[in-house]
Write a protein that binds this ligand. Structure first.
Ligand code: C6P
Length: 415
């Protein structure tokens, strides 16, 4: 009988896809690069790189400001990219799409506009035990500013949320449920629908951190019916320095601006300023124009792929990698949820993650080691950090084999 890996290999031409990513043919320390740090940032297809070169070669100009030809071209291209993002996550309209620097800025924006203006002492913000610091610290800051209180839904040792506890924590004081769709440190795909239902019952707003979701599966914000959805371009094959805040039109219209400056205003006098409509009222100053446009190119690239095939293929990588790692003596996988994206965090008995990461690097293998900006997760699992292999659709079974050999080598060298 065919194994799941064999089946996936047949339907998915990974080598054709790899050819689209120039960096994947690089060597590191004399070895072929094996890039397993996609959770930190993904590599970029030529289409995205070309989009940036093309922008600076043919279009470069400021947007929303000039009547001249180039400014019109750049504005059109930027707004087309906004519309691509809107379709990508099935928003109702482009005006629900705010360009930010990244997921981090998008969460800070919501915390400092909605949170700072609407939270009262004793109001509660609910997050989960597995959040990235970007979805903890901005809320802690706004709690200090407003007297609101941060509550945490716990998880179990598989890295899955304890839903019975969520029922107890989400209550009439909850004003915001801010949770990750997918965990960067564990790979868990959270049952967001179930937790969101609890939040809706008590009239709380919902923000989902989709930074690790959008690179792996289709997200439909209307079907989810969340109030905010945030993610970063650089983790989904687009450039860095660009992120997205999706917000329901009604809410974006209501909440005040984030930063003040050019482009976010309608009129300015020394006595009074009136603000532009959303999304522009949240986009003060000249944005990362080429980055936004290149994110549009990344979306074009993703849209060309067959999502079911990608999902199957990535699952086969997860399945194969998990089995192979568990066959190594002393390996412990941190995060064994039933629903996972292809992210495997692990530790090796007696070895420090940094030392293993160092030896893997010498073999050309890029993994992330450390706390993955999720220190509470490391504390919960009582580890100083983990080694994290996070796969993308351009990774291969053979690359996983190389990592396994390099781990055996690391174990020998560090004994
Ligand atoms: N996680 C990782 O290696 P920015 O830096 O703003 O693009 O994304 C922040 C962020 C927010 N939420 C989640 C779930 C994330 O995974 C990240 C970024 C990277 O896991 C870098 S720390």
């Amino acid at each position: 009988m065919e194994t799941i890996e064999e089946k996936a290999k047949q339907i998915f031409d990974v080598h054709a896809i790899r050819a689209d990513f120039p960096i994947l043919s690089a060597t590191v320390n004399g070895k072929p690069l094996v890039y397993f740090d996609n959770g930190a940032t993904s590599q970029k297809p030529k289409l995205v790189i070309d989009s940036i070169v093309n922008y600076y070669s043919n279009t470069n100009s400021n947007i929303h400001r000039g009547v001249h030809h180039l400014s019109q071209l750049a504005t059109d291209a930027y707004e087309v990219a906004r519309s691509k993002v809107s379709h990508f996550i099935n928003a109702k309209s482009s005006s629900e799409i705010v360009f930010t620097k990244g997921t981090t800025e998008a969460i800070n924006l919501v915390a400092q506009t909605w949170g700072r203006n609407y939270l009262k002492p004793g109001d509660e913000i609910v997050v989960t035990a597995m959040e990235h610091h970007a979805n903890i610290v901005p809320w802690q800051m706004v709690c200090e500013q407003t007297g609101a209180v941060l509550k945490v839904i716990p998880m179990d040792l598989n890295g899955e949320l304890i839903l019975e506890e969520a029922e107890k924590i989400i209550g009439l004081r909850t004003r915001m449920l801010a949770m990750m769709h997918v965990s960067n440190a564990l790979g868990t795909i959270n049952p967001v629908e179930k937790v969101m239902e609890m939040a809706r019952k008590v009239g709380a707003l919902i923000l989902l951190d989709g930074a690790q979701a959008v690179p792996h599966f289709k997200v439909d914000v209307q079907a989810l019916d969340c109030d905010f959805y945030v993610f970063s371009s650089h983790k989904m094959f687009g450039p860095s320095g660009v992120g997205i805040l999706y917000g329901k039109e009604r809410i974006l219209a209501e909440i005040p601006p984030y930063q003040g400056g050019g482009d976010m205003i309608k009129t300015v006098t020394f006595e009074k300023t009136t603000y532009n409509d959303a999304p522009f009222k949240f986009e003060a100053g000249t944005p990362n124009i080429e980055g936004g446009i290149a994110l549009g190119a990344a979306i074009d690239y993703i849209n060309e792929m067959n999502h079911d095939e990608v999902l199957n293929y990535e699952n086969s990588l997860l399945h194969y990698g998990t089995e192979a790692l568990l066959n190594i003596d002393g390996v412990r996988i941190i995060g064994q949820a039933v629903q996972k994206v292809p992210v495997i965090s692990f530790s090796i008995d007696g070895l420090h993650p940094y030392d293993v990461g160092f030896i893997l690097d010498k073999q050309g293998i890029a993994v992330r080691t450390g706390h993955h900006c999720a220190q509470p997760v490391m504390d919960f699992f009582k580890v100083p950090g983990t080694i994290r292999a996070s796969f993308a659709f351009y990774n291969t079974i053979e690359e996983i084999d190389s990592m396994i050999s390099a781990i055996h080598l690391a174990k020998k060298m560090l004994k």
